[in-house]
Design a protein around this ligand. Structure first.
Ligand SMILES: C[S@@+](CC[C@H](N)C(=O)[O-])C[C@H]1O[C@@H](n2cnc3c(N)ncnc32)[C@H](O)[C@@H]1O
Length: 216
């Protein structure tokens, strides 16, 4: 009897996961901030799917201007702001004002707001000038943008990157909006990027890219 209950529970969890994943694929939309707070700040996420791997291909950030698109509650941006140091600047944008407020709260608690600029805006139309960023970081966010606008979002990231700038995208599974690596490579090429490097470990990859025509 216990075994049947166990199998039933496992089956229900499996079906629930498939339903969330299919819904995420068919109707991509931003994850509500309360859910983000739970999933993105828990210790497993922070240690295995967190800033260390998301920023691995970004190189030394000290003194740079680094933008994170889709900050959520600020887990990655907090680390970016630490790494740019006093001579650099961290920027973050999210379409949800609640997420921006949570990010501001988090960075304030760590005394990092003096080197941080935040905006509530759509990744398709960001309030920064052309070529103003050295690095653009996107973690588990591109899949939340409707399929038909993903190349446009990458082009917008390319617009704010400077000539030698680098875009770093990290995706992990089982994020319901996960984009597989071959698809990501195609999207980046369509948006005018060339691939610089790829890092992979079980359930996660990170890819760095430069605008075509740049010397790598
Ligand atoms: C899953 S969260 C990831 C948060 C953060 N990057 C992290 O890894 O901790 C994705 C975030 O992207 C934001 N987002 C989704 N679509 C967006 C858009 N079109 N423009 C800006 N932000 C967007 C969502 O509001 C959400 O906060």
């Amino acid at each position: 009897m216990k075994r049947e209950w166990g199998l039933g529970l496992l089956g229900a969890l499996g079906l629930g996961f498939i339903a969330v994943r299919v819904n995420g694929k068919l109707r991509p939309k931003p994850m509500p901030v309360q859910i983000e707070q739970f999933f993105l700040t828990n210790p497993l996420r922070v240690s295995y799917f967190g800033p260390r791997d998301a920023l691995r291909l970004a190189g030394n950030l000290e003194g740079l201007r680094v933008l994170e698109i889709g900050t959520g509650v600020g887990v990655i941006l907090e680390e970016i702001a630490k790494r740019v140091g006093e001579g650099g600047q961290a920027f973050g944008v999210d379409i949800q004002s609640d997420a921006v407020a949570k990010t501001e709260q988090r960075l304030s608690q760590h005394g990092l707001m003096s080197r941080t600029g935040l905006a509530t805006a759509n990744a398709l139309e960001m309030p920064w000038t052309d070529g103003s960023m050295d690095r653009v970081i996107m973690v588990a966010m591109l899949g939340e943008i409707p399929t038909s606008h993903r190349v446009e979002a990458l082009k917008e990231a390319g617009r704010v990157l400077n000539r030698d700038g680098k875009l770093v995208i990290t995706e992990f599974w089982p994020d319901p909006h996960f984009i597989a690596l071959p698809k990501m490579v195609r999207l980046l090429r369509q948006a005018g990027f060339s691939i610089v490097d790829v890092y992979q470990k079980p359930l996660l990859y990170s890819i760095s890219a430069k605008k075509e025509g740049q010397v790598v």
